[in-house]
Ligand binder design. Structure first.
Ligand SMILES: NC(=O)c1ccc[n+]([C@@H]2O[C@H](COP(=O)([O-])OP(=O)(O)OC[C@H]3O[C@@H](n4cnc5c(N)ncnc54)[C@H](OP(=O)(O)O)[C@@H]3O)[C@@H](O)[C@H]2O)c1
Length: 324
């Protein structure tokens, strides 16, 4: 996919006006009205974009599996999705940074074939925090936890011909791959650089999504999607100055969730399914609008190898990722 001018136009593209403009020319199939009998797993649905996504699936009658880290918020969410019309709801309790907990939750999950999984949970911590296994938090939550979950769900995804969707960020455009920096996060001039640490893991998600797409195909598919700039707690608390400046121009959570909801559920044609890749507002987009961020093949391999090893998956079905 060639890089288009739109990939580079951030202002008025990532914001609410961008969504409204793009929505006027959505060309693909519409969102299905009825998802009864379909099964989806969503992470990070207690707030923000994931919450809008879960309600979008629930209101169409889908059965939801909700991976959440807090029992109280999970119970409230379960009630909400059932009230919205979900065909059923199952809570899986785990903090995605805690790989042992993710493994245990995945083992306790239902066994029905999956139509889709969305790795949406995410955060931008203002200081360096370590996961229980000692990894920098954004690396653990955006890459390692989701990989452990994906590995456990592979048979169900394959059985359902499912779609795996990674909620990345347009912030990834600014970063190349620096696999050696992932485990500890990026060290800037003044210590931990939270924005670059976050963006590098978001770049990593795009690369991992592509590698999984090659591994899963043609039975299942893997995509990455970015939501634009959305008015959520993450932006409010982690980027307060940006939130104040952009206020009325930020997308609503529903607008931010639209692209992932569509990739998960729309009757995609064979070309779109086979393509995988990064999407924004229901369209495939270039991954490297800034050419110097494009990684070499050996850097991609290094990233995949480290992710597989750090997630403890070297002996698993995902070991092949490191050589994909
Ligand atoms: N908002 C934007 O403009 C924007 C832009 C680009 C990308 N994104 C991406 O969109 C995704 C959703 O973000 P958001 O803006 O909707 O943020 P949000 O409103 O803060 O929601 C984040 C969700 O992730 C969950 N979560 C965070 N850490 C977790 C962990 N360790 N284990 C399990 N769940 C965890 C949260 O659960 P709790 O309720 O328990 O905290 C919450 O449900 C993220 O991946 C983010 O990087 C957002």
């Amino acid at each position: 996919m060639p890089t288009t001018l739109q990939d580079l136009l951030v202002w008025r593209s990532f914001d609410r006006r961008g969504f409204e403009r793009h929505a006027r020319r959505f060309a693909g199939p519409p969102l299905p009205a009825d998802l009864e009998g379909r099964h989806y797993l969503v992470t990070g649905a207690t707030q923000g974009i994931g919450h809008a996504l879960a309600l979008g699936l629930a209101s169409r009658g889908a059965h939801l599996e909700l991976l959440c880290r807090d029992a109280g918020r999970a119970a409230a969410l379960e009630g909400e999705v059932l009230a919205a019309g979900a065909g059923g709801a199952t809570v899986l309790l785990a903090d995605l940074a805690d790989l042992a907990a993710v493994r245990a939750a995945a083992c306790a999950a239902p066994t029905a074939p999956l139509d889709g999984v969305v790795h949406n949970a995410g955060l931008l911590p203002l200081q360096r925090i370590r996961s229980p296994e000692g990894f920098e938090l954004t690396y653990a939550v955006h890459l390692l936890g989701p990989l452990v979950l994906t590995e456990a769900l592979l048979p169900r995804l394959r059985a359902g011909g499912g779609r795996l969707v990674w909620m990345t960020s347009g912030g990834a455009y600014t970063q190349g791959l620096a696999p050696a920096e992932l485990a500890d996060g990026v060290e800037g001039k003044d210590g931990y650089d939270e924005v670059r640490s976050y963006a590098r893991t978001k770049r990593g998600q795009i690369v991992v999504a592509d590698a999984l797409h090659r591994l899963l195909g043609p039975k299942a598919a893997s995509f990455s999607v970015h939501p634009g700039w959305v008015d959520t707690r993450a932006v409010r608390e982690s980027l307060p100055a940006f939130h104040r400046r952009m206020g009325p121009f930020l997308r609503t959570p529903d607008q931010g969730a639209d692209g992932a909801l569509w990739l998960l559920t729309a009757p995609l044609d064979a070309a779109a399914r086979a393509r995988g890749g990064l999407w924004f507002d229901r369209e495939p987009v270039g991954q490297y609008p800034l050419p110097w961020t494009r990684p070499s093949a050996s850097r991609v391999q290094d990233l995949l190898r480290r992710c597989v090893e750090d997630a403890g998956l070297a002996e698993s079905g995902l070991a092949a990722l490191a050589g994909a």
